[in-house]
Design a protein around this ligand. Sequence first.
Ligand code: 5RP
Length: 223
Amino acid sequence: MNQDQLKQAVAAAAIEQVKDAIYDGEIIGIGTGSTANCFIDLLADFKNDIKATVASSEASAERLRGHGIEVMDLNSAGTLAVYVDGADESNHRLELIKGGGAALTREKIVAAASKKFICIADESKLVDQLGAFPLPVEVIPMARSYVARELLKLGGNPVYREGVVTDNGNIILDVYDFMIATPQKTEETINGITGVVTNGIFALRPADLLLLGTPEGVRTLQR
Ligand code: 5RP
């Protein structure tokens, strides 16, 4: 099985997890990235059943609308029953690194506003310690150099993601060489730097369920 097939398999498993919520008339939170795209494409089969969705990026919103699925503003939707999204890394406590697609802030907001967060990923994303994947940090543009200096002081190696502007009009610094031993503490510390919008550690609000694609089938990890 190649990586695309593993993504398809976890997306199909996630559909099984959200079917009841769809038929109960719940609004579904939708993430961003290639694995989330697989999920969105499978959701198209339910376009006549699904009440509405909330998307964590303009790209996902566009893809959902392309399938004829309604996308709502989170402010009108209230608390969501379930949010489905991918990740760049997950540890065994289902603490994540996200933001490879630069959508981390909206992803964190939708995850925070959801009762259940289902993470879908292929098995290459499961790690013992977060940090081999460079940590994305969304930053207000005028604070870029200041935040980079503060991240250096924390021991990381921040690199400006050239040419990328987030859906919120901000920039991304990717922090290399930064192994994360205490994810909750590091998430709080980086979020405390003035000019940081948020960082890609999802430890204060981790996933509740991780559906992991393996050649032997979909593995389920629960908190
Ligand atoms: C986007 C994300 C994605 O969930 C993450 O990058 C994983 O993407 P993919 O499913 O393409 O591997 O956090 O900001």
